[in-house]
Write a protein that binds this ligand. Structure first.
Ligand SMILES: NC(=[NH2+])NCCC[C@H](N)C(=O)O
Ligand SMILES: [Mn+2]
Ligand SMILES: [Mn+2]
Length: 355
C-alpha cells in the first residue's frame, strides 16, 4: 500500500512544479521570487475612519508568513512597512478641485506611493499594496505604469471609481482614482500636473472591471463612451464566473503584465461586511477566488492592491469574516491551490518507506 503510494508520487512528479506563479519568472531558475509589501494607511478618500488600520491588522493576522507558506517555499516576502506621506497644496489655478474632499492629502499620499512602487519593483518581482481606501489605487497603478508601461489593469470592485471632480456626487476621491490613470481622461485633470508625476498612463482598452453593481450615471456614461470592458454582476449572473474570467483573459494583451486592484467590497456583504461602501448581491468568496486564481495562473500578475477593509465597521464577527476573506483572496493570488500541491514535500520520507 505504502509502496504504491510512493510510486504514485514518483509518477506524478511530471506535474509542473509549484512556483509562485503570479508574476515575472525569476532569472536564476530556482531562485525564489520576491514579493514586496507596502502598507498605505490612507483613509481620506472617503468619510469613514478605521480603514487606515487594515495594514497593521492583516500583519497581526500573519499575512507575511501566510503568503510565504502558501507559495510552497518559492516566494520571499519583504515587508516595507507603512508608507510615509505628506499633504500637497491644492493648485491655485484649479478652484474646482476644492469641491473634492481632501485633494491635497490624496496627492501627497499618491505621489509618495508612485515613487515607492517603483522602488519596490526595482527590488522585487511583484508588489502588494495594502490600503487604506481605494484612493490609493491611483498611486499604486501609476507607480506600476512608470516601471512597466505595458500593463493591463483588472479592477475588481462593486464600484467603477472613475468619477471626475465635476461628476462625483459624494466628493469622495476614493470614487475617482481610475480617472487619474486613463489617458483619455487626463484632460479633466490638467491642473494636477500628472505629466510630471506619472507621465505614463493607461489606455482604456487595457482596463477591465469585474463585479460592478453600483455605478453612478456619469460613470456609466464614461464607461460607455470610452468602450471600457466592464463585467457587472448582471453579466456574472447571466454567463457564470468562468465565462467572465475567460472573456477577461481574452481581452488582456498577452505580452502585458497585470495589475489586480481588488476592492474588498467586490465581494458580497455576507463575506465582506466590514467595508465603507458595502453593496448587496456581490461576488461570492468562491467567485472572487476563481477570478484571482485565473489571473495568477497567467504568471503575469506583477502588482496587487487589497483595499477598503475597515475594521471599525460592524461587530467583531463582521471584522473577522472580512479579514478572513481578504486573506483568502491574497493567499490565492499568491499561489495557494485549492486542488493541492506537493511540489515542496520531502521526498526522502518516501524513500524510507520504499526501502
Ligand atoms: N472605492 C470605493 N469603495 N468607491 C465607492 C465610490 C462610490 C461612489 N461612486 C462615489 O463616487 O462616491
Ligand atoms: Mn473601489
Ligand atoms: Mn468599491
Amino acid at each position: 500500500m505504502l509502496k504504491r503510494c510512493a510510486t504514485l508520487v514518483t509518477c506524478q512528479l511530471q506535474q509542473p512544479r509549484c512556483r509562485y506563479s503570479s508574476g515575472a519568472s525569476n532569472a536564476e531558475g530556482d531562485a525564489k521570487a520576491r514579493l514586496g509589501i507596502i502598507g498605505v494607511p490612507f483613509s481620506k478618500g472617503q468619510g469613514k475612519g478605521g480603514v487606515e488600520k487594515a495594514p497593521a491588522l492583516l500583519r497581526e493576522h500573519g499575512l507575511v508568513p501566510l503568503l510565504e507558506q502558501v507559495s510552497c517555499g518559492q516566494l520571499e516576502v519583504h515587508d516595507y512597512g507603512d508608507l510615509q506621506f505628506g499633504v500637497d497644496p491644492i493648485p491655485t489655478e484649479a478652484p474646482e478641485y476644492s469641491k473634492i474632499k481632501n485633494y491635497g492629502e490624496f496627492m501627497g499620499c499618491n505621489k509618495a506611493l508612485i515613487r515607492k512602487v517603483q522602488q519596490l519593483l526595482q527590488e522585487n518581482d511583484q508588489f502588494l499594496t495594502i490600503g487604506g481606501d481605494h484612493a490609493i489605487g491611483f498611486g499604486s497603478v501609476a507607480g506600476h505604469l512608470q516601471h512597466t508601461p505595458n500593463l493591463s489593469l483588472v479592477w475588481v470592485d462593486a464600484h467603477a471609481d472613475i468619477n471626475l471632480h465635476n461628476t462625483s456626487e459624494s466628493g469622495n476621491i476614493h470614487g475617482m482614482p481610475v480617472s487619474f490613470l486613463l489617458k483619455e481622461l487626463r484632460v479633466f485633470w490638467q491642473h494636477a500636473k500628472l505629466e510630471q508625476t506619472a507621465p505614463v498612463c493607461l489606455a482604456a482598452d487595457q482596463l477591465v472591471y469585474i463585479g460592478l453593481r453600483d455605478i453612478d450615471p456619469y460613470e456609466a456614461y464614461i464607461l460607455n463612451k470610452l468602450g471600457i470592458r466592464a463585467f457587472a454582476m448582471d453579466s456574472v449572473d447571466k454567463y457564470g464566473i468562468s465565462k467572465i474570467i475567460e472573456r477577461t483573459l481574452d481581452s488582456l494583451k498577452p505580452q502585458n503584465k497585470i495589475h489586480v486592484s481588488f476592492d474588498i467590497d467586490a465581494l458580497d456583504k455576507a463575506v465582506a461586511p466590514s467595508t465603507g461602501t458595502a453593496v448587496c448581491a456581490g461576488l461570492t468568496l468562491r467567485e472572487g477566488i476563481s477570478v484571482v486564481e485565473a489571473l495568477r495562473d497567467t504568471n503575469r500578475v506583477q502588482g496587487i492592491d487589497l483595499v477598503e477593509l475597515n475594521p471599525s465597521l460592524g461587530n467583531e464577527q463582521d471584522v473577522n469574516t472580512t479579514i478572513a476573506s481578504s486573506l483568502e483572496i491574497l493567499k490565492s493570488i499568491c499561489g495557494y491551490k485549492r486542488s493541492g500541491n506537493f511540489a515542496n514535500i520531502k521526498m526522502d520520507l518516501f524513500e524510507t518507506v520504499k526501502n
